[in-house]
Design a protein around this ligand. Structure first.
Ligand code: NIG
Ligand code: FE
Length: 412
């Protein structure tokens, strides 16, 4: 058999090729193949076997993994990729202890990024998004979910979604788009959240027609949208055929997790202060819990999602950076893997499921991304690490050696 790229001498290969999502105790069971090799032709994986068997293959290019770790490209299931400006000035407010939601109430926070995004040109937003995508690729990410939500008017929300679509065309990383028009209440709708949600839902048809987003998301939070308002808005989205996501129980336990389960959302995200009942409901549902521990860390909170209880109750968990200019400013999902180990008490086996197969299921890419299997896209990372436990252990730096996306080396 002829292949374009042959990766040989793999010390540990994580295929992650289970029928997912992987739930509860199964998240702790990781399949590891030793002394493996992978053959790639075109965009796909066409062969997997032992290094010894690989000698029968004819390869245009051979990469020696030097006995190290090889995994699927990481899947990042929750980012706010497209935005104007930055918010380093907020750091001092945070240090003084001004709460995140108070900054927002005063017209800062998300609303200051809204102004910057409204003012930015499509070209500038695209250039910035591509820059952040390069950073993500460098850190081993090959599929990214990207939300709008810094427009809060028709024109700018569409601008963000179009930028995300164009970025997906120009960058090798695959982008999955989510419409988060319900991210905050703009000042001109301050007293009328329902009217604002109606106004945002007017975009559902054009978003469908132009294929600008697969999912509709909402920030269900004190001072933003209530559970009742969120339910009404999301039901409309569901009727139009969108998948649903919720920024749920990030700061106050309003019951966004329970709502995500009730509506059959593909994911409930954040879950930092989810109630006992919410945890049970999540565990008994098909909704994936997307936990963003970098946000708890960056906002200086003591509330971390109770991942242990969620997994022990049987839930499927993914983790993510929540990359955005306010509550979690990092493209480094490896750092989040360390925070998940230290603060969520997730095992390395659970963490690897959470950044590959389960993350893919959380964005509608189950069975496509987040696995190494014959006939699937060759999204593969070679790590400068002796084994899978090493990545969460050695924290804060980038461990990638070579990143392959759809059969092309995009970083080395
Ligand atoms: O997921 N919580 C709402 N949205 C983002 C933060 C957005 C921002 O601060 O700009 C989040 O944490
Ligand atoms: Fe978010």
């Amino acid at each position: 058999m002829e292949v374009d790229i042959l990766i040989t001498n793999i010390g540990q290969l994580l295929p992650m090729d289970k029928k997912g999502p992987v739930k509860g105790a199964d998240m702790g069971e990781l399949t590891v193949w030793n002394d493996a090799a992978v053959g790639i032709k075109g965009e796909q994986v066409v062969w997997i076997g032992s290094s010894k068997e690989a000698k029968i293959l004819k390869a245009s290019q051979t990469i020696d993994a030097n006995g190290k770790l090889v995994t699927p490209g990481l899947v990042e299931p929750h980012t706010h990729l497209v935005f104007g400006g930055s918010r380093e000035e907020e750091m001092a407010l945070k240090q003084q202890g001004v709460p995140y939601l108070d900054i927002l109430k005063q017209g800062g926070g998300i609303l200051s990024t809204v102004t910057a995004t409204q003012e930015a040109s499509q070209e500038d937003l695209l250039e910035k998004a591509l820059f952040h995508l390069d950073r993500m690729a460098m850190h081993g990410i090959t599929t990214v979910e990207a939300k709008s939500g810094y427009g809060l008017n028709h024109e700018t929300e569409l601008k963000q979604l179009r930028v995300a679509k164009e970025a997906g065309k120009q960058h090798p990383i695959d982008i999955v788009s989510t419409f988060l028009g319900a991210h905050a209440i703009p000042t001109n709708y301050k007293e009328e959240p329902e009217a604002f949600l109606d106004y945002m839902s007017e975009l559902f048809d054009v978003i469908k027609q132009e294929n600008l987003a697969e999912f509709i998301d909402i920030f269900t939070e004190t001072g933003v949208f209530s559970v009742v308002q969120s339910r009404r808005y999301l039901l409309k989205a569901k009727e139009k055929g969108f998948g649903l996501k919720i920024h749920a129980d990030e700061i106050d336990p309003l019951g966004g997790t329970e709502l995500a389960v009730e509506l059959g959302a593909i994911s409930g995200d954040h879950l930092a202060v989810t109630s006992d009942e919410g945890i049970q409901k999540l565990a008994n549902s098909n909704t994936i819990g997307v936990i963003l521990p970098g946000t708890s860390f960056y906002l200086g909170k003591d509330d971390y999602a109770r991942a242990r209880e969620m997994i022990d109750a049987g839930a499927a968990i993914a983790i993510s950076t929540d990359f955005n200019p306010g509550s979690s400013v990092t493209e480094n999902l490896q750092l989040i893997m360390s925070i998940a180990a230290l603060k969520l008490k997730m095992s390395p086996e659970e963490i690897w499921h959470a950044v590959t197969i389960n993350a893919a299921h959380a964005i509608g890419r189950g069975g496509e991304a987040g696995m190494i299997a014959i006939g699937k896209k060759a999204d593969i990372v070679l790590w400068d690490a002796p084994n899978y436990k090493y990545i969460p252990y050695h924290y804060g730096v980038n461990h990638t050696n070579t990143v392959i996306k759809s059969g092309e080396i995009i970083y080395e």
